[in-house]
Design a protein around this ligand. Structure first.
Ligand SMILES: NC(=O)c1ccc[n+]([C@@H]2O[C@H](COP(=O)([O-])OP(=O)(O)OC[C@H]3O[C@@H](n4cnc5c(N)ncnc54)[C@H](OP(=O)(O)O)[C@@H]3O)[C@@H](O)[C@H]2O)c1
Length: 312
C-alpha cells in the first residue's frame, strides 16, 4: 500500500481507502456485523487505514457498524485508523434525506456520529455536498473551528456536490478546510477542468469518490445489465448513460486493460495517476472487494513521485 499526506493535514492516508455508503443498506444488501468486522480485518491486512462514512448512510448506521468493528477487532487502536465522516444530511428512510446545516442541527449530528463511531474524535469532518447558501450559513465554520479546539474534530473537509463547484473549493483555506471530496473517475473528468487546479494551488487533499462509476467500471456488468429499484443504481442512475458506459467498459477490457490486473484495479489506478488526487475511496460490499481494491495500489500504474507521497 502507498500512503500520501492529505493536503496540509498531518494525516498519512492509504491511497486506497474504503467507502462505506454500502453499509447503510441502499445498495441492495443488508450487512451483518460479522461481515463488516471481516472487511475491517481485510482492510488492516492490506494496509487500508482511511475510512469514509457519513451521517446519512442509514441513520448513522454505517458509522455504528464501523464503531462496533473497530471496538471488537482493534480495541485500543483507535489512532491507527483515520475516520472521515460528514454533516448536513439527515436520513429519513432509504433514499430520503433532509438538509440540516443549522448550528444546533450540526452540533447534534456530530454528537450522534461520535456516539455511533464509539470515539471521542473524528479525523476529518466534511461538509456533505450542500448548496453554496448552506455553505455560507452564519457562524457554521466558526462553530466547526470550535469543534477542533475542543478536540472533537482534527481536520475539516468539503465534499462538493457538483464536481465543478469552484466556489466552495476556492473558499477552502478561508474556512480552514484542508480537503476536497469530489466525484472523479474515467467517465467523470469534470474536476480536471478547474477544481483540481484550485486544490493544487491551495495544497488541498483530494479524495476521489465514486471511482468505479458506481461499480460500472468493475468490468463485471455486461451491456444490457439493469439494476433493481431497491438499490442506488436502479433508483438514481440514468439508464441510457449506464448502457453507454457499460459498452465503453467492454471496449476498455478488450483493448486497453493490461494483463494481470482487474478492470476495477485499472479504474482505481487511473484516478490515482492524476497528480491532484490523494486517494480513492471505492465503496466496498465484500471482503474480496476490499482486498482487490487495496491491490490497485500495486499495479505499477500508480506514480511513486506524486507530490504528496510519503516514503515508507
Ligand atoms: N456526497 C458524498 O459525499 C458522497 C457521494 C457518493 C459516495 N460517497 C463516498 O464515496 C464512496 C465511493 O462511492 P460509491 O460507493 O458511490 O461508488 P463506487 O466506489 O464507484 O462503486 C462502489 C460499488 O462498486 C462495486 N465494487 C467495489 N469494489 C469492487 C471490486 N473490487 N470489484 C467489483 N466490483 C466492485 C460494488 O458494487 P457491486 O458489487 O454491487 O457492483 C460497490 O458497491 C462511497 O462509499 C461513499 O463513502 C460520498
Amino acid at each position: 500500500m502507498k500512503y500520501r499526506r492529505l493536503g496540509t493535514t498531518d494525516l498519512c492516508i492509504s491511497v486506497v481507502g474504503m467507502g462505506t455508503w454500502q453499509f447503510g443498506g441502499e445498495w441492495g444488501k443488508d450487512f451483518d456485523q460479522a461481515e463488516v468486522n471481516d472487511m475491517f480485518v481485510a482492510a488492516r491486512e492490506t494496509g487500508i487505514n482511511f475510512i469514509d462514512t457519513a451521517e446519512c448512510y442509514g441513520d448513522h448506521l454505517s458509522e455504528q457498524f464501523i464503531g462496533r468493528a473497530l471496538k471488537k477487532k482493534f480495541p485500543g487502536e483507535r489512532e491507527s485508523w483515520i475516520l472521515a465522516t460528514k454533516f448536513g444530511h439527515k436520513f429519513h428512510e432509504a433514499f430520503e434525506r433532509d438538509v440540516v446545516y443549522d448550528l444546533d442541527g450540526v452540533r447534534k449530528q456530530l454528537e450522534d456520529s461520535l456516539r455511533a463511531l464509539q470515539t471521542d474524535y473524528v479525523d476529518l469532518y466534511q461538509f456533505h455536498s450542500g448548496p453554496d447558501e448552506k455553505f455560507d450559513t452564519d457562524g457554521l465554520w466558526e462553530m466547526l473551528g470550535r469543534f477542533k479546539e475542543e478536540g472533537k474534530v482534527r481536520h475539516l473537509g468539503i465534499s462538493i456536490g457538483s464536481n465543478r463547484n469552484t466556489y466552495q473549493t476556492g473558499k477552502s483555506v478561508q474556512v480552514d478546510s484542508e480537503s476536497i471530496q469530489v466525484v472523479y473517475n474515467y467517465f467523470e473528468r469534470g474536476p480536471e477542468e478547474e477544481v483540481f487546479g484550485i486544490c493544487q494551488d491551495q495544497d488541498l487533499g483530494v479524495l476521489a469518490r465514486v471511482p468505479l462509476a458506481s461499480g460500472l467500471l468493475s468490468g463485471k456488468y455486461a451491456p444490457g445489465t439493469t439494476f433493481d429499484s431497491d438499490e442506488v443504481r436502479g433508483r438514481w442512475g440514468k439508464k441510457d448513460q449506464q448502457q453507454e458506459r457499460l459498452r465503453e467498459v467492454e471496449r476498455l477490457v478488450r483493448e486497453e486493460l493490461p494483463e494481470g490486473i482487474s478492470m476495477a484495479q485499472w479504474a482505481l489506478s487511473w484516478c490515482l495517476k492524476h497528480p491532484a488526487v490523494t486517494a480513492v475511496i471505492p465503496g466496498c460490499k465484500t471482503v474480496e472487494q476490499v482486498k482487490s481494491n487495496a491491490a490497485a495500489s500495486e499495479t505499477g500504474l500508480v506514480l511513486d513521485n506524486h507530490p504528496q507521497t510519503i516514503q515508507s
